[in-house]
Design a protein. Structure first.
Length: 131
């Protein structure tokens, strides 16, 4: 079913694919298991447009074009704060991190694959990290 969907949307000029949390898939017609990375690898082969995600690791693996999110430092600080609250028996106010100073994470291989260029202002910015 995924293959049919991808074939259908490949021809739609305004269609974009943004992946959020996707852990695994199991085909209901068989017992075949598909991991997140294998799905992204498959999508890279058959989906003819850039893929976006919020998982920076998938940018580093060159499976998606770009992601946006907090730095590892900001995530670590927030995780430590949550951990301290738990250890002290205090309530955690926020369970999810909304980036205050997010960065763009961009795959150079994906830029090259789709013949895309980033404006020079982003190339010089601390807000963009290229892999």
């Amino acid at each position: 079913e995924l293959k049919a969907f991808i074939q259908q949307v490949n021809d739609q000029p305004d269609h974009q694919l943004f992946l959020t949390t996707l852990f695994n898939l199991t085909d209901h017609k068989s017992t075949e298991y598909k991991s997140y990375s294998s799905i992204l690898t498959w999508l890279n082969e058959y989906y003819h447009k850039p893929i976006f995600s919020f998982w920076k690791t998938k940018v580093r693996e060159h499976l998606v074009l770009a992601a946006y999110g907090p730095s590892e430092e900001e995530q670590g600080r927030a995780a430590a704060e949550m951990g301290n609250h738990i250890l002290q028996g205090r309530e955690i106010k926020h369970r999810f991190i909304t980036p205050q100073n997010g960065r763009y994470y961009i795959s150079q291989k994906q830029l090259d694959k789709f013949a895309l260029e980033i404006p020079a202002t982003y190339l010089l910015s601390d807000d963009a990290v290229f892999h």
